[in-house]
Ligand binder design. Structure first.
Ligand SMILES: Cc1cc2nc3c(=O)[nH]c(=O)nc-3n(C[C@H](O)[C@H](O)[C@H](O)COP(=O)(O)OP(=O)(O)OC[C@H]3O[C@@H](n4cnc5c(N)ncnc54)[C@H](O)[C@@H]3O)c2cc1C
Ligand SMILES: Cc1cc2nc3c(=O)[nH]c(=O)nc-3n(C[C@H](O)[C@H](O)[C@H](O)COP(=O)(O)O)c2cc1C
Length: 602
C-alpha cells in the first residue's frame, strides 16, 4: 500500500502524515473504506458548521443534494446485492449514486442528505444485521436529527417464516418519517423470493431519483465511498454443479446429533473463496415428502402446472421449486382461508404472535396440511408455497490447504414426529449425498467476517456446534500463512465423547503451535449445563487482556448462543474494564465498528 508520506502535495504537515501512516498500516479494505467515509463526513460537517464560508457550505450542500445515497445493512449479502443493483441502474441512468454499507455511513451527513434509499434485512428475532446495528440504534435514539429536507424510501428484506417479518426495515421506514423526512413511496417487504418485490421497488426508486435529481446541480465533491463490486458467475439461478468428494459423520453413532463433514470439489468453478465465506447450496426436497404431500391432497404429480410464466409437472414444482419443509405466514393464511379453520385464523390475528411462532418453528407444511384438511388444486398449492431458497453453509477450509475443494460442517436436521420422520431440506439433501454425487452451489461472500489483515493480531474464536466451521478455515489459513498472532478457540457441544467436532485436528494444531489455546464447554457432561458463554466469563481476565492488546473476536453459530455470548462479553468488559453498562456497550460497539468483533449467526 502506498504510504501517505510518499504521496506528493499532501495538505497535511509532515508529523501528521507520519501519524496517518502509522494509523493506516495493516488496515483491511473495509476499515480503509470506513475511514474514508468518516473523514469525508467530518469534512462535510465542518463545512456546514457555522464557521464555514457560505460558498463552501453551498458547494457541499449542492453536491450532496445532487446525488442519491443508498445505504444497505446485510448479514448474508442479499440486501447488498439489491443495493448494488440499484446503484448500477442509477448510475446507468446518468445520476450520481453513492453506495454505503450502514456501518461505513458517515452518520453526521444524514442531516444534509436529500435523497436516501435504505435496503436492509432483519435478523435474529427482529434484530438488525450486524453491520447496521449502530445505524439503526442512532436513528432510534434521541440524537437522531430532524430530517425535514430528506426524501427517502426503504426496502426491507426478510423471511415470512419468522414472526417479525421485515421488522427492522419497517421500523426504519416509520422512524425516518417520524423524523420529518418525506416518504417517496411505500415500504417494500421482500420475502425470500426477493426479486418479486425488489425489482419493482428498484424501478420505483429509479423513477423517483430521476425526478428528484433532474433539476439538481451536477455532482461534484461526492464522498468517495464505493465498495468493490464483483461480478459473480454462479448464482442461485445459475448454480455450479459440484461433485461431493466425501461425506463423513463426525459425531459418534450414539450422539443425538448427526453432524457431517462434507468435502466438495470446486474445480472449474473459479470460486476464490476466503475464510469467512459461505457456500450456498440449492437443495431438493426429500422424495418421500413430495409423495406424502401429493397423497395427502389427492393430487396428480404428473399434472402440468403453470405459475409465474413457468410450466412444470406438479411433482417437479414440489421437489425442487417450492419450500416443503418450512412454513411461512402467507402459507398459514392460505390454508386458514381454504380450510376455514378457526385455530389457524386466530393465530394470524395481531397479538397472537407466540402461537404463530410455535407453528413456524416446530411444524412443516405437511403437518398443517394433514391436520387442517382442505380442498387444494395443484395451481393453488404451488401459489401458496414459497420458492425453495438456497441454504448457506460456512466454509470450513482454507484454499491454501485444500486448493479447489470446500469443506462444510453440516448438522443434519432430522427428527421424528407422531406422523413420521421429518427432515430439513438442505441438510438432508447434503447428508444423503455420498461421494460422486452432484450438488448445486454458489459462493456467498462475507466481507464482514474476515481474519485481521495484520497477521500479528491475536484472534478469539467462539464457535460451538457447527459454529466451529469457519474457525477450522481460519486456523488452516493462519497456519499456512505463518501468521504470528495467537489463535484461541472456545468450542462447545453436548458431550465430549460423542460431539467433539474435529477433535484430533484441534489437538494436532495445539501441539504444532497453530492453535494456542482451546477452552471447551460440554454442556451435558456434568449435572449443571455449561456453555461457551460460561467459559467466556470464567476466562474474562484473559479475554479482556487479549482485546486490550488488539485481538479480534469472532462468534459463529446459533442466534440465541450469540446473544448469550454478547451478554457474557458485556459482563467481562464491566468486570475487567471497570466500566458501567453503558460504557461496556460503547466498548463493544467500538470493537464492532472497527471490525474487531464479527458474528456469523444463524
Ligand atoms: C451464514 C450462515 C452460515 C451457516 N452455516 C452453517 C453451517 O456451517 N452448518 C450448518 O449445519 N448450518 C449452517 N447454517 C444453517 C443452514 O443454512 C440451514 O439453515 C440449516 O442447515 C437448516 O436447513 P435445512 O434446509 O436442513 O432445514 P429447513 O428445511 O430450512 O428447516 C427445517 C424445518 O424443520 C423444523 N425443525 C427443525 N428441527 C426441528 C425439531 N427438532 N423439531 C421440530 N421442528 C424442527 C424447523 O421449523 C425448520 O423450519 C448457516 C446459516 C447461515 C445463514
Ligand atoms: C439467523 C437468521 C435470522 C433471521 N431472522 C429474521 C427475522 O426475524 N425476520 C425476518 O423477516 N427475516 C429474518 N431472517 C431472514 C433474512 O432477513 C433474509 O434471509 C434476508 O434475505 C437476508 O438478507 P441479507 O443477506 O441482506 O442479510 C433471518 C435470517 C437468518 C439467517
Amino acid at each position: 500500500m502506498p504510504l501517505a508520506a510518499a504521496l506528493p502535495r499532501s495538505p497535511l504537515p509532515r508529523d501528521r502524515v507520519q501519524h496517518l501512516d502509522l494509523l493506516i498500516q495493516g488496515l483491511d479494505t473495509a476499515s480503509l473504506w470506513w475511514l474514508s467515509g468518516y473523514t469525508a463526513g467530518l469534512a462535510a460537517w465542518a463545512d456546514s458548521a457555522s464557521n464555514a464560508s457560505p460558498d463552501a457550505r453551498a458547494a457541499t450542500e449542492s453536491a450532496i443534494g445532487a446525488r442519491v445515497t443508498i445505504v444497505y445493512g446485510s448479514q448474508t449479502g442479499n440486501s447488498k446485492r439489491v443495493a448494488e443493483q440499484l446503484q448500477r441502474q442509477t448510475e446507468g441512468a446518468g445520476l450520481a449514486a453513492r453506495l454505503v454499507r450502514a456501518d461505513a455511513y458517515p452518520i453526521r451527513e444524514l442531516a444534509q442528505e436529500r435523497l436516501l434509499y435504505v435496503v436492509i434485512s432483519t435478523q435474529g428475532d427482529g434484530d438488525p444485521p450486524d453491520d447496521a446495528r449502530s445505524f439503526v440504534e442512532f436513528l432510534a435514539s434521541r440524537r437522531a436529527p430532524k430530517l425535514e429536507a430528506l426524501s427517502f424510501a426503504v426496502l426491507g428484506l426478510g423471511d415470512s417464516g419468522y414472526p417479525q417479518f421485515c421488522a427492522i426495515g419497517r421500523k426504519l421506514d416509520a422512524r425516518l418519517a417520524e423524523l420529518g423526512a418525506t416518504r417517496l413511496f411505500d415500504f417494500g417487504e421482500a420475502d425470500l423470493d426477493i426479486d418479486t418485490v425488489a425489482e419493482p421497488w428498484t424501478q420505483n426508486a429509479l423513477t423517483h431519483a430521476r425526478d428528484a435529481l433532474k433539476t439538481a446541480a451536477p455532482a461534484t465533491n461526492v464522498t468517495p465511498l464505493r465498495p468493490h463490486i464483483e461480478a459473480t458467475t454462479w448464482s442461485a439461478s445459475k448454480p455450479f454443479k459440484a461433485e461431493v468428494l466425501a461425506n463423513q459423520r463426525i459425531t459418534a453413532g450414539d450422539s443425538h446429533k448427526d453432524v457431517r463433514h462434507i468435502e466438495i470439489d470446486l474445480a472449474g468453478s473459479g470460486f476464490d473463496y476466503e475464510p469467512g465465506d459461505a457456500l450456498a447450496v440449492v437443495p431438493r426436497n426429500p422424495e418421500s415428502l413430495v409423495e406424502m404431500v401429493l397423497e395427502a391432497l389427492q393430487l396428480d404429480g404428473d399434472a402440468a402446472i403453470t405459475h409465474a410464466g413457468a410450466t412444470h409437472a406438479l411433482r417437479a414444482w414440489l421437489a425442487s421449486k417450492r419450500e416443503l419443509t418450512r412454513i411461512s405466514r402467507p402459507f398459514v393464511a392460505a390454508l386458514a382461508e381454504r380450510s376455514g379453520d378457526a385455530e389457524l385464523q386466530l393465530m394470524l390475528q395481531p397479538g397472537r404472535v407466540e402461537a404463530l411462532r410455535a407453528v413456524l418453528a416446530d411444524r412443516q407444511p405437511i403437518d398443517l396440511l394433514q391436520n387442517h384438511p382442505a380442498k387444494w388444486s395443484g395451481d393453488a398449492l404451488v401459489a401458496a408455497l414459497r420458492p425453495l431458497a438456497p441454504r448457506l453453509y460456512s466454509i470450513a477450509s482454507s484454499r491454501a490447504v485444500v486448493d479447489d475443494e470446500a469443506h462444510l460442517t453440516v448438522a443434519h436436521v432430522a427428527y421424528e414426529t407422531d406422523a413420521g420422520n421429518r427432515w430439513g431440506a438442505a441438510s438432508h439433501w447434503l447428508a444423503t449425498r455420498s461421494g460422486g454425487a452432484t450438488v448445486e452451489v454458489y459462493l456467498e461472500r462475507n466481507a464482514r467476517f474476515r481474519l485481521p489483515a495484520d497477521p500479528d493480531r491475536d484472534i478469539i474464536m467462539i464457535g460451538p456446534g457447527t459454529g466451529v466451521a469457519p474457525f477450522r478455515a481460519f486456523v488452516q489459513q493462519r497456519a499456512a500463512a505463518g501468521a504470528r498472532g495467537r489463535n484461541w478457540l472456545l468450542f462447545g457441544n453436548p458431550h465430549f465423547r460423542s460431539d467433539f467436532l474435529y477433535q484430533t485436528e484441534w489437538q494436532a494444531a495445539l501441539k504444532q503451535g497453530t492453535l494456542h489455546r482451546m477452552d471447551l464447554a460440554f454442556s451435558r457432561d456434568q449435572p449443571e449445563k455449561i456453555y461457551v458463554q460460561h467459559r467466556l466469563r470464567e476466562c474474562g481476565r484473559d479475554v479482556f487482556d487479549w482485546l486490550e492488546r488488539g485481538a479480534y473476536l469472532y462468534v459463529c453459530g446459533a442466534t440465541s448462543m450469540a446473544r448469550d455470548v454478547e451478554e457474557a462479553l458485556r459482563h467481562v468488559v464491566v468486570q475487567q474494564g471497570a466500566r458501567d453498562a453503558d460504557a461496556a456497550d460503547e466498548y463493544i460497539a467500538t470493537l464492532r465498528d472497527a471490525h474487531r468483533y464479527a458474528r456469523d449467526i444463524y
